[in-house]
Design a protein. Sequence first.
Length: 202
Amino acid sequence: MSDPHAHKDDQSLSPHKEHANLPRGYRILAGHPSIPEYLALRRQAGGLSPKTAIQAEKAMGGSWYAAYIVSTKANPDATQHLNESQADLMNRNEGETAVAMARVIGDGGWYFHIIDFAVLPKHQRKGLGQALMADILNRIRKEAPPGAYVNLIANDKGQALYGKFGFKEPVGDLGMELRMEYPEGAGPDDEKIPRVDETRAG
């Protein structure tokens, strides 16, 4: 069960975390993995629900920022860690495989929500999650105006990692969610979808 939104203010981002090194055989790139890799990471990393290719394509189009880590076993001498400006210019090498990812959605002004944080099981406990988080927070620190609000949903496994970067449970707040489920064969505009009585809801 997910915990309430963990959050932090940009003034407390830990500066010494922004250059977290990756072990040999990995590198981090700005952008998204391929759609098949994205779907596989969500299925295999644990804790994330499966999605469709259509959902993945739309989701990627709505990212404020995204980064992913590839295994460079096909090219073991590749640079271990790149900052954002370098990563944007690097082409992915043939044979590299996406093994971790994370992305940010938000308004670019003050609200930033970290989602799709995933590391394949066989690549966990190698510092990949820490490198991804450092990369994301560094980008927010670099581009967001002062006062940025950064939050995420943390499971039990993620709490320790996120806590290292200053995330904490909000006091007095409770996360809420609504999942939009449609009857089989229906879409968002279908008349079979129950509607909210706006006169009562307002």
